[in-house]
Structure formats: C-alpha cells, structure tokens
Design a protein. Sequence first.
Lengths: 779, 277
Amino acid sequence: MATGQGVGARLIRKEDDRLMRGRGQFVADLRFAGMQDVAFVRSPLAHARIRGIAAPQSPSDAVFTGPDLLGVKPIRAVSGLRGFKVSEQPALATDKVRFVGELVAMCVAPTRAQAEDIAGSVTLDLEELPAVHDMLAARNPGSELVHDHWADNVFLETFVDVDIGKALDAPIKVTREIRTARQCMAPIEGRGVVALWDTRLEQLTLYSACQMPHIVRTGLAGCLGLEEAQVRIIAPDVGGGFGYKGILLAEEVCLGWLAMHRGHPVRWIEDRREHLTAGANCREHYYRITGYADRDGRLIGIDCEATVDSGAYSSYPFSACLEAAQVASILPGPYDFPAFRCRTYSVATNKCPILPYRGVARTGVCFALELLLDAIAREAGVEPHEVRAKILVRPEQMPFDNITNKHFDSGDYPQSLRRALASIDIDAVRTRQRRGEPDGRLIGVGLSIYCEQAAHGTSVYYGWGIPMVPGYEQATARVTPDGGLELRVGVHSHGQGLETTLAQVAHEILGIDVARIRVVHGDTAMTPYSTGTWGSRCMVMAGGAVSTACKEIAKRAIKVGAQLLQTDADSVTVRAGEVVGPQGSISLGEIARTWYLKPQNLPNDVDPGGLEATIGYKPVRDSGTFSYATHAALVAVDPEIGDVEILDYVIVEDGGKLVNPMIVDGQIYGGFAQGIGTALYEEMPFDQSGQPLASTFADYLLPGPTEVPAPRLDHMETLAPYTEFGVKGIGEGGAIAPPAAIVNAVNDALQRLGVELLHSPVTPRRILTAIAQAGRSTT
Amino acid sequence: VKPVRFDYERPSDLATALTLGTRDDVVVKFLAGGQSLGPMLNLRLVQPDLLVDITAIAELKQVEESADGITIGSCITHADIEDGRVPDVTRGALRTVAAGIAYRAVRNRGTIGGSIVHADPSADWLSALAALGASAIARSGQVDRKIPIEIFMLGVFESSLKPGEVVTAIHVPRLSHAARWGYYKACRKTGEFAHAIGAFVRDPARSVCRAVIGATGAGPIVLTDAEGLFTHTNGTAAVINVDLLRATMSARGLTDPIDQQVHLAVLRRAIAQADGS
C-alpha cells in the first residue's frame, strides 16, 4: 500500500518525540512514596574465602548479607550440552567471592549517599586466594579452581571435525594466535531496579532497565520462590541494551527480596564504576587458528582452537557457553570450503561474567577469520579480495547449507564484495600507497565480510539446552472503540525504533494511520510472553506476529464490515483503514464502535474474539535469516605515535526487505561506532590479582563523535524467503565487521614494516611495540 | 558514586575564602570549577568537611593587561580564553591551547587556576604555561608570592601551594612580535587526557627559547634554555639532540623507550609547528 507509512517507508521515529524532548521515563526517573536507596558492598578481591562480615549496629535492619536472604535460591543457568558444569551464583556471596565487584552485602537508607556511607562502614574479613585471571592458564591441570567442586575450570568443551584430513596436505599453511580484548558494553543508561511489594495483589512489581522482561520474570520468580503471577516486570524507557540488559541480575533478586522484607519501595541505580568493574564483560576470545590453502590462496580448510573467558558464573538465561559453543558453528562465516575442525573451551575465571554483546561471538569470529584470510593472501601473494572471491557463497547456491549446517536463506555475497571494492576504489588506493603520504603516515585498506544469522528459533536453540528456547512469537492487536490500534508485544524497544516499525507493519496490513497505532511493550502484565529482544529477532519475529495478528483483525473486520455494507465478505477488502466493498466503504472505527457499543448490529456468526487477537508466529523455517555485508576500511597509521585515522569506510549491506531504511541506517551507524570501539579503543584490562584496571571512562575509552566518521552505506535488498515481507534481522551487523576491516587495513598499511597485529584493540602502544619488534627482528 | 556529606560556602570576597581556608578544625577544599574535583568527590577520593567555592569572587575573574604581559584571574574559564574574552599576548598560543582542553562542557566551567592547582600531569595548562614562562600568583593572608609554573607542580596531584594559600592569578609574559610557538599533544580521542605533550616557544627578541615535555606521569620536563637542544644545520632545518632528550627523560623517570619515542615525536611536531608559524 503506497501510503508512505507502511513497510519500506523512511518514517521519522514516533518515540523520538518524547525521547528527544527529555520526556522519556527511565528507571532512575521513577519516584514512589517511601522509596529508599540501596548501595551494595562489593568484593574488593577477585578470589577469596569469606571469613566474616562485620556490619555496624545502627541503623538497624539496614545491612543484609547472604544468610539474611532466607529461601532465596542462587541463579543457575544450565546448558543441556554434554559435560556442561553448573555454577551457582548466590544473590549475595556466602562462602567465597569469585570476582571483584561480586555482591557481598546490601545496605539500604533514605538516600544513596547515606546507603554508601553505611556500605563504607561494613568491614570484610577475607582470606585471599590466588586469582584465576588468565583463561589459557586456567585450563591447565593444577590451576586454582574458581568452583571448588569442579575438576577443572572449564564450563564446557566442544569439538567438531568435518573432513579436516582433506586439508592437511595443502601447500599453504598459515597459523596465527588471535585475541580480542575483554570489553564492557557501556549503554548510555546503566542497569537500574525499583522494587515494590503490593500487599493487595500479593505481587512484586519490579521496574528494571532490561531488554527481556518476561525472561527476568521467569528467572526471578524461580529465585524468590514466587508464583510467576506474583511477579510483574516493567521495563520502562531503556537507554540501550546491547545484551548487557539481557540477563537476570543478582541485584534484581536482592531488591525483590528487600521490597518484600521491608515493605516499602527500594531502588538501586547502577553507577558507572559498578558498570565498568562489576557489571558484566564481553568479547574476550583467544584463537589459535590455522588456515590451509592452495597456492593461489583458495581456502581448503580451517583448524581452530578457541577459548573464551566466561568469567565466574553462568549468566541467566544465555549461560556461560553460548559464546564459545557458537564459535564452532559460525567460524566458517560466509565462505564455502571443504574441511573444518574446531575445538572450543568456555573457561571460568575470577572475573565478572561474560554476556553476549551485540554480534555475540560473531565479532570475534569475524576478526579471527578475516585476519587469517589476509594472512593467507599475503602468503599466496594475491590481493585479499581475491582470496575471498574464490570462496564466498554464490547466489546460485542459495539456499545453501554450509559446512556446519547453517542454512543460508538468500543473497548475493560476491556482489556486495564487488560493490565495496568499487566504492573504496581499491586500485586508486594501491596507486596512492605506492606514491606515499606527504605527512609520512602509512595508509592501508582492509576488508571484512560477515553473515549474521538472526531470529533463529526453536530448531537452533533447543540444542543448546539453555533456560530459554524461543518458540512462537506472539503479538496482540486490539482495535480501540475509536478506531485506533494497540499492539502489545513481549519484545522490548530500547533504541531499535519498534514503536515505529511495528506500527508500520500494522499499517501495511490495516492501513490505520501510524499516529493512531500505539505499541505497548515492556510490561509483563500487558503483553504476551516473549523471550524478548536479542539476536536481531524483533522485526522478523514480532514484526511477523504483528502482521499475522493484524491479518486476523482484518479477517474479522471484513465479516462485520460486509454485514454493515450489506454485501458478502468475499467482495470486500481492507484498505487504508476501511473495509471497502463494491458500493461504499466503512471505516474500522465505525466497525469498532459497532462491536463495542452497538453490538445489536453485528452479524450472527461474528467471531466472538472480537477486534482483539493474540496470535503466535514463526517463519516458515526458523533456522534464522542471513543478512550480510562487506565492509571496506581505508586508514592512515602514524608510525611515530601510533595513531590510526579512518579516512574512508564503505558498507555494502543486504538486510532483505527494510521496514524503515532510515532506522536500519541508524542501526548500522551505531553498530559501526561500537565496532570502532572494539577495533581501536575499548579494553578492560585485569592485573594478575584479578583487579579490573579501568574504573572510569578516563581509563575505559569509548569512541566519541570525532572518532566515528560517517561510513558510506550502500544497500542491497535480497528478500528472505521464509519471513513476512522478506525481512531479515540486521541489528548487530554494524558491530561485527569493523574490527576485522580496520585491523586488516592497519596491517596492510604496516606490511612494509613487517608488522602484523593480531590483538584488538590496536592501540598506539600495541602498534608502536609491534613496529619496534619488527624493526629489531629485521636489523 | 555519591560524595560524603560536606558543607559548602561560596563567599564573594577573597578575604573570607582565605579565612575559611585556614580553618584547621575541618578538612577544607577549594572549588574553582569542579571539573576534576567533582568526579573525585563522587568517587569519594576526596572527602572534605567544607567545600569553599571561589567562583563568586570578582577579584579572581579579573584580567589585567600590561606592557609586559597579562595577569589572568585564576577563575577565568578555559572557554573565556578560547572565545577570545581574554586579550591575547601570546600570538594565539593561549587560545589554541584552551580550545583543545577536554570537551566544551568542561571548558565552560573549568578554570585556569583550578587546572594548575589540581596538578594533573596530563593537564594542558601546566605544560603550555611552563613553555610560555608564566607564573602563578599565590596569596596567603595579605601576602602574594609568585611561583614560576615550571616549579609549581611537585608531583601527581601535588602543587607547591602551602596550606591556606590560594592561587589568585596567572601571569603570562607577552611574546614579542617575531616569537614563534608550537603545541602538540598525543591523545587517542578528542577530550582524552594527553599521553604526551610537546610545547615549544622561541622568542629571540626576549632571548627566550623554552621546550616542554609534558604528560610524563609527573610534572612537565621544562627546558628553560632549549637552544642547546639544537644542532643547527646551516641555519635552516634544526635537528634535535635526541640523545640529550632521552637522557633527560630517563633522569626524570620516563624510561620506557616507546613512551620516550612518543614524547620526542610530539616535541618534534611542536617545534615544526613553531618553525612553520
């Protein structure tokens, strides 16, 4: 319907009217009578036995430790994969502390400052144990154990071998050790919780800055021993999630218990130091990876051992093994080659838990694979793009099942590479490189190609056996008596623009003006169950559910409308918010008024469900949509002080049908910024005692506006064959490819100095150290 | 991160501030913009009993220009200098340095006096003012004393101020017409604290040639007679005596060869800027 508001329209985001005017309502904006603030006493040590906790005598009933939380169960996120070892994270540590920042005691007072005063007067008697801080050493026999009853520190080991024997005799064999730094996700808004106990409903209402409210409810009810109906989770406006807000927090469990115990509202607002040092980390991968190739650089096989530092506990619901186990299945990327072997380890250490960050394992996998392909190209003496062109999955192979049985739904990957090369003008770059730069800097070009499996459902997730397996996604569509439309969805929008794009989907079906469509989300009492917002799934799953529910509404409206138009249902259609017959039409508003206020005019065989429908939806195949992109970076490296400047950046992306191309561009810009952070700036270092060394944004560097140039975007649009409208998930791709593209570009620039960087982020220190070492080894 | 409870005074005259500053029954901190002190309070790294905000004192916001230079009140903000509300006696050096400090939001409130008293090794003013040959004017009771910037900072977050002493102004000498300067800092992103600072001023008419290696992790290394650094090749391109500089840095505790390389590079760039200005 070409009304300019439906699927494909570049509509201004509805939610921005309140968000851009400061009218959003976040957890920290909430005020309730009698509300008190919580500050936590957190472990100052990475690994220690708790010998005692001494709390001040006054004020009374203000400090709580583990034993006070009677009946509260620890957080358990178990995977059904064979050999997975179970960790139990107590809401407040009891026998041992296992990472710096772990909750030890909870202090409550009328203000946060006073609560911090009390927290400051609590003294801990800790017996320090050696910290398990290095995930590789942690795998060794005899290592100190994070969990005393385990035989080693490995949450899970996985292994896959597909014909690696076919590759071992290849003429080119390139082995590299590749690492990605541990990172924090750093959404603009941190976590935050307000908990209230409603004595009339016997219900805990917990406001939380989270992205998966229904999952939090299930997990929280389990820990607190409540019926799920006794827990209501409300996620109001949330300032970015990225995965950080996709878990059940020990803080949520503590606050829920405290609200019940004290009987008045309590709140905890995460501060930035808590976020950086204690919240959760992501991305720390180590790869020992070998590529086998023909003399011309054609990849034959990959043999890899991957280790992921999972931190101390398995987080609910994604578990400690999702990241590493995923590595084994997605490492082949968008490429077709015959031999593959991969062993992975999810290792427990004395660090805060790891969570899936935008892109999850893909960013690390893409980094390892794409750096390896460039190393193979150098070994073979061919251009990096030639190595890729030989093995990219081709359009005529679609749909294509790759070496790890990933089902590629559609696309033209080689075309995205060709367009990116033309756009970055690879020949001109090579000429310019030979000429040299007047300022003495060295320039280089780097490529990175990825595919992003999104909205993968039951068939993919049941195999992990984690607490959450997505099934049918439900949406409720409800016509109001005045002809407006409410959409109720269990996913959450915290920057994705779903209040706009889901309205666009509904508009596409019913033609109701998007200004009259409200998307209700973020409240378990108001929305159908959903696993929530993760895995780039919302547009495919919730979009599909909204579309399906709206079609059901259309069907019902047609029956009523046809009766009122005195014609038969086969001769009418729904268009532009009206039921249109051969002679005349009637608005959905009029039909709604009839249903709600003048039921005497309804047909006898009217659907008693009325103008409200809750319907579940799954794509025709739930193995996931595959969006993809080629990224090309042009950088200049200052070899004296180690600075990297991004001179040009091209992204050629295919996300299937784009519901709102402007929002997709925004998703790519935001992901790109985070990718630059991974490539050049962000790192959470730990010392040998397991102390996190970046506790403010002066130490943990995020790229700012001047560090993020505008990438040049080019869209392709290959429809997904299995989804409504042919949409694909695109939420994470922007953050997946930049580290590989940028570091490949840096390596291209520094190739003449004999330098190859294999550790993100490529900081000035790493660049200068590598140049100095290369200089020493060649002289 | 919320500060401990403290009292707050915002006197409008310097005498009251000085009196409050000499109280020995409580821990007193002066607040002159709060762009560093604010976060330190929130992190509870500083836990004063009394905070004396000196930004309402008119005397500390005065600027006096004279033949030999300019005296800038300590509560003049970086933005005041960046925007040209302070007369320029340094051929644009102060304005350029001011415009590169942190972010605009910080420059709107952060003050020149607050910055030097805070004595952060990475701060721009300590290095830049040392290169310009500036001095801090500190008052205690009725007495003023003038402290050359190159000896003002004793160590990390430690200035040479005595208890109860307040920096009232910074005196910056006027550069002569033919003077040249350069300022270059290495930082990974806009607004980040510098990892290395190079500052250079050459004013032959006043027989001044000063070079500064800043952001060393301690006080800036100030070469007050920097002519000795150069081996002149035929009067044109000057070559720096790298060995001498490396030895100087090593002697001051900056021993890491890569740190030294970056500090040398930024100084070289500052000198090149001066040559080209």
